[in-house]
Design a protein around this ligand. Structure first.
Ligand SMILES: *Cc1c(COP(=O)(O)O)cnc(C)c1O
Length: 438
């Protein structure tokens, strides 16, 4: 792309494209966006042939790197046969194979797979399943329509999941429309208090609460807040005790981000409903799945009106499903999880050291995810993280922050040399910004 072509494209972009999570006035006046034309492995390549290490695997999706040849081949092969059909009264091999494949790797007890097309819909479906499940379970349980969630939770953007989420910037404009949800103290702020409050709430509102919704181990968009797996085990025990469903949102943590295939695996926990997206299709196509136990599934059998009257146009899309099955094969054939051990140790070492420098409030890591806070709080409108972003970009690293939280969540198979470079750039840029601010 010539410089003139690039300039023209940016002009057209600013006239027609409304970007997500973006103040468009500022964007149109000041931002010279990256114009990405290709991507390969852990790198994005722009219109000037400049490469950038993708420190967040393109919004946490490209866990096997960009354009993995086997995923591209699976997509091409499937596209020559069948691109799309509905999943109503119809089935196809890609959907069946993927459902079986996910069940095989899922926590034991997950038996049925409901497809949709993004993380928000995976969780939205889970919320509706929980309410309808109790509504038709007979007796007093039919009154269970409430949800418990955690402070600083993020579960997506549709109205239902906005209500169970707790990131102020994403909720503020819609508060009057959101269903009431109790947001309990996050175990990231203290395990004991979180457990005490959870137990109290579940016991005192036993007849009302349909489900507890949590991001296991890492609260992602709320600031990469990490917590002890013991919370998962206890959350499972307590929800069972009080006949409340446990919905685990593995949209970010699933597919090995934390070092095990599911974050739930750290506590050997099987939820009632598990939501997955992002890594599921390796950053190739939008694809999501909501997994349930037999108990939940069987709650919908019987008369016509007991069915789950819910679906999305692209449920089980054959292209996405074919790619997602290939993702599972690549994890197996390339021993992707085993490969994260050494990488995760390196990441932990660097972030631990960064946590000790003045100006860095706290640092943490689990598996292939690490984060640190420059200053207090994870507010989205803080700017320290963006200072790091600009410095890193000039050195060939794309490192989008969450306010003043700087984090990395690279491809799980990022080559060692690129991981070293990424960590060096993160360390240098964080040190520079921390020095200026302290
Ligand atoms: C990203 C994310 C979602 C929403 O997924 P979308 O595909 O953006 O709708 C839901 N839950 C968690 C934990 C996420 O990280």
């Amino acid at each position: 792309m010539t410089p003139e072509q690039r300039t023209a494209l940016v002009r057209r972009d600013k006239a027609a494209v409304w970007h997500p999570y973006t103040q468009m006035a500022k964007y149109r006046a000041e931002t010279d966006p990256l114009v990405i034309v290709r991507a390969q492995g852990s790198r994005l390549i722009d219109a000037n042939d400049q490469t950038y290490i993708d420190a967040n695997a393109s919004w946490w999706t490209s866990l096997l790197g960009h354009n993995h040849p086997r995923l591209v081949q699976a997509l091409v092969r499937q596209s020559e046969k069948l691109c799309h059909t509905s999943l109503a009264g119809i089935t196809h091999e890609p959907a069946v194979r993927l459902a079986e494949g996910i069940v095989e790797v899922a926590p034991r007890g997950m038996k049925h797979v409901f497809f949709s097309d993004n993380g928000s819909t995976a969780v939205e479906a889970a919320l509706k399943m929980a309410v309808q499940f109790f509504a038709q379970s007979g007796g007093a349980a039919a009154k269970k329509t409430g949800f418990l969630a955690l402070k600083d939770a993020f579960h997506g953007e549709t109205l239902g999941v906005t209500a169970v989420s707790d990131v102020g910037a994403f909720r503020a404009a819609f508060e009057p429309l959101l269903m009431p949800v109790t947001h309990l103290p996050s175990p990231a702020d203290g395990l004991d208090r979180a457990l005490v409050e959870l137990e109290k709430e579940l016991a005192s509102r036993r007849g009302e609460i349909a489900a507890l919704v949590i991001e296991p181990l890492i609260q992602g968009a709320g600031g990469m807040r990490m917590y002890d797996p013991l919370f998962l085990r206890e959350a499972r025990r307590l929800t069972e005790l009080h006949d409340c469903l446990l919905i685990v949102d593995e949209v970010f943590t699933g597919y090995g981000r934390t070092g095990k295939f599911w974050a739930c695996d750290y506590a050997d926990v099987c939820p009632d409903i598990l939501c997955t997206a992002k890594g599921l299709s390796g950053g190739v196509l939008p694809m999501a799945a909501t997994l349930t136990t037999s108990r939940v599934f069987e709650g919908f059998l019987g008369e016509p009106e007991r069915a789950f009257y819910y679906g999305h146009t692209y449920c089980g899309n054959p292209l996405g499903a074919a790619v997602a099955s290939e993702v599972l094969s690549v994890y197996r054939d390339e021993h992707v999880l085993a490969g994260t051990l050494e990488r995760a140790a390196k990441i932990a070492e660097v972030f631990l050291a960064l946590g000790r420098i003045p100006g860095v409030e706290s640092a943490r890591s689990v598996g292939m995810c690490a984060a640190l806070n420059l200053g207090q709080g994870g507010n989205y409108f803080e700017t320290a993280g963006w200072d790091v972003y600009r410095l890193a970009l000039a050195r060939g690293v794309y490192l989008r922050p969450l306010g003043n939280v700087v984090y990395i969540a690279p491809a799980l198979n990022i080559p060692a040399s690129e991981l070293d470079e990424l960590l060096r750039v993160v360390a240098d840029c964080v040190e520079e910004v921390a020095r200026e601010r302290s």
